[in-house]
Write a protein that binds this ligand. Structure first.
Ligand code: GDP
Ligand code: CA
Length: 329
């Protein structure tokens, strides 16, 4: 049973790919049959040019997940996918054999590259691609500038995040994450407005460093969150001492943050002390962290945080809204 506090008119969330997409589906489930709108500001730090095509992994995970055409078992890409084109590319010795793109997925990247080359910005391109599906949410790239997340693995070498993550399975020790070009980037059209006009702002249980953290590298976005009139509520991607899936632990360690629900909250910081968070949800198993977070100026609650079904995920979203109501913003 969901508690029944009133739904806000406008929810804005910050999101990475797979975790963010599951959470967005739960939020959408919660607000179904209501007038509430959902706007998702999505990480673009993982984007890359590959074989002349623009690949946006997190925007694609969001679009496929919300459209219901994602591969739920594999966790990424399209359901019912084939990889005939990628096999041909490998046979020709072009392209990256560690980053296989499915044939249906390639359709998206070809369409995106074509629209970008026609002169549209990534925000408009994302809108055009989204029009085909019934997403029930608006997707906004964090920025239209090409700002890659890169991983420093030694003095001389940085790797594109996807190469470190997919090819090396995050096994090369990360010294730091860098975002070349971030200083010159600006938020995509609509991003600052979505933060300013929101009634509630949610940080999805996405990777705090390379998903949410990369969004926050775009100048103006973190300031907009600090200045927003809406409460900012985050959900922990860490349950106990590990991420539910993926390699967020390697990312947190690289920036010196503790791999725990409370550690991620402290990394974001309390808005009342110059950080970002008004509230933070931890999983039931991390309930002992709640008191310390409240002492640190972050309203906190412990609820089940496993996104097993849309119903369970909608309950998480409702708990985040309930916590928002407690922050007095
Ligand atoms: P990516 O861009 O595809 O890596 O996806 P995100 O950054 O949006 O999400 C990755 C994060 O989602 C990981 O750190 C996981 O711990 C987290 N995650 C995945 N499933 C769950 C879940 O069921 N509950 C919670 N709380 N976090 C989850
Ligand atoms: Ca990602």
């Amino acid at each position: 049973m969901q508690p029944s506090s009133a739904l806000p008119a406008r929810i804005t969330m910050l999101s990475g790919g797979v975790g963010g997409s599951r959470f967005a589906q739960g939020v959408r489930h919660l607000i179904r049959r209501s007038a509430t709108s959902l706007t998702c500001i999505v990480n673009t730090g993982d984007d890359m040019w590959l074989n002349g095509l623009r690949v946006c992994p997190d925007l694609d995970s969001m679009m496929y997940g919300l459209a219901g055409v994602n591969d739920r078992d594999r966790g990424w890409g399209r359901a019912g996918e084939t990889e005939r084109v990628s096999a041909e590319l490998v046979a020709y010795g072009v392209g990256a054999d560690w980053f296989t793109l499915g044939d249906l997925d390639l359709g998206t990247h070809i369409a995106r590259a074509q629209l970008l080359r026609s002169g549209l910005g990534l925000a408009q391109v994302t809108r055009r691609l989204s029009e085909r599906w019934d997403l029930g949410a608006t997707l906004l790239p964090a920025t239209e500038h090409e700002v890659e997340t890169r991983v420093r693995v030694d003095e001389e070498t940085t790797l594109h995040f996807e190469e470190w993550w997919v090819r090396h399975r995050a096994a090369l020790p990360a010294r730091e994450f860098v975002h070349p070009g971030a200083a010159e980037a600006i938020p995509a059209p609509g991003v600052l407005e979505a933060i300013r006009d929101a009634d509630v702002i949610l940080l999805a249980p996405s990777n705090p460093i390379v998903s949410i953290g990369a969004i926050l590298q775009i100048p103006g976005i973190a300031d907009a969150l600090r200045e927003a009139s809406a409460p900012v509520i985050g959900l922990s991607p860490i349950l106990g001492d590990a991420p539910v899936l993926g390699m967020a632990a390697q990312c947190l360690r690289a920036v010196g943050a503790e791999v725990s629900a409370a550690g991620v909250a402290r990394h974001y910081g309390a808005r009342s002390y110059g950080g970002l968070l008004d509230g933070w949800l931890v999983d039931e198993q991390d309930a002992e962290a709640v008191a310390g977070l409240e002492d640190a100026g972050i309203a906190a609650a412990a609820v089940p945080l496993l996104m097993g079904t849309d119903d369970l995920t909608a309950d998480m979203a409702q708990a985040a809204l309930d916590l928002a109501g407690r922050t007095g913003r």
